[in-house]
Design a protein around this ligand. Structure first.
Ligand code: KG4
Length: 338
């Protein structure tokens, strides 16, 4: 009999539901919340309310698009954390209620595992998936980690940022340039037209596989402050070169440590995940690095880089196969490591 999983994601500002049958994706619906744009960042209270509004229609649409009836579902997977507590409560409570109504199990998913396992989302039966072990560079707005993935439930953080996440580095520098939130995609777009060698920003010297973005952020800020004193139009005149130079520095910091991790572990497969893995420069850098070294690269389709329920459904699918279900007294967690 087929195993049909409904996945629910509500950890931050995207309400998403997805349906997979035997590991193959049937639907993935995402309602993004525009309400935060004018505040320059996600407002937790507004996010929870928007999830409440969105969750029923999003789940309903995901089931309809998948051509699956509620009573055909085998289990419900939901993001238990990390994330915003109010947002997580909406998805968690919804999953519990629906599972009780349908008398099917619930499976809790660590959001970060979802990103790491997003490469196992198959749209066709024969789509390739990574072989264990592989290294995943997980780069999002809240996390920046190099993870050794030995199995779906056996992951080890080899290195991570000691301050800002990669996405924060993009967003905070973009904010200094006067770009809207989130700034990452704007930097990406501008960088395509710019000269990445034009400006030099600080690079950290952190031992081991950890890295840091705070020095870069400060040096970016000081460069702009000094140049604006000489020319008030400095930013607008140099937008593309600033974006390209910033993006290159962030990528160089990430790639330096990724290379060390690959050499240290001897893995043959490298994957990326999280919102920043949508970045064109990051994607090209990882693909180029892997092809030069004869490694297999897994670069996710852009729709699976940011928050989505397909990754929650696939992570829940593997836990379901292990009968690793969740109890009804489980509460969401705001923070957790891989
Ligand atoms: O994974 P995600 O959707 O949310 C978290 O769980 O954190 O990641 C959001 C982050 C934001 O910082 C956003 O600026 C960044 O991903 N991002 C990008 C790009 N698209 C999204 N950063 C650089 N280039 C992009 N194209």
């Amino acid at each position: 009999m087929s195993i049909i999983i409904l996945g629910i994601e509500s950890s931050c500002d995207d309400t998403s539901a997805a349906v997979i049958r035997d590991g193959v994706l049937l639907s993935n619906v995402i309602a993004s919340q525009e309400v935060h744009a004018e505040f320059g960042g996600v407002v937790p209270e507004l996010a929870s309310r928007a999830h409440q509004q969105n969750i029923v229609p999003v789940v309903d649409t995901a089931l309809k698009r998948a051509g699956v009836r509620k009573d055909e579902l085998t289990a419900i997977g939901f993001t238990r954390g990390p994330g915003l507590l109010g947002s997580l409560l909406v998805g968690t409570s919804f999953a519990k209620g629906m599972s009780l109504g349908l008398r099917i199990p619930i499976v809790d998913v660590n959001h970060l595992h979802g990103h790491v396992l997003s490469h196992f989302i198959r749209r066709e039966e024969n789509d390739p998936v990574p072989e264990y072990p592989y290294i995943c560079l997980l780069v999002s707005g809240g996390n920046s980690q190099i993870i050794l993935v030995r199995n779906y439930n056996d992951m080890e953080i080899l290195g991570q940022t000691i301050d800002d996440a990669a996405g924060e580095a993009f967003d905070k520098c973009a904010k200094v340039m006067g770009l809207p939130y989130p700034g990452g995609p704007h930097i990406d777009r501008l960088a395509a037209e710019g000269d990445a060698t034009r400006f030099k920003f600080a690079r950290p010297h952190i031992p081991g596989l950890d890295y840091s973005f705070s020095g870069l952020k400060t040096s970016f800020l000081y460069t702009l402050r000094d140049e604006l004193k000489k020319d008030p139009d400095f930013i607008s005149k140099n937008q593309a070169d600033l974006a390209a130079s910033l993006q290159k520095t962030i990528i160089d910091i990430l790639m330096d440590k990724l290379d060390k991790a690959v050499k240290q572990t001897g893995v043959k497969t490298v994957a990326i995940g999280g919102g920043v893995s949508a970045n064109s420069g990051v994607r090209d850098a990882v693909a180029g690095y892997c092809s030069r070294r004869g490694l297999t690269a897994f670069i996710p389709p852009r729709v699976f880089t940011t928050d989505n329920a397909a990754m929650v459904a696939i992570a829940a699918y593997y836990k379901y196969l292990d009968r690793d279900f969740c109890r009804y007294d489980a509460v969401p967690y705001a923070r957790v490591q891989v």
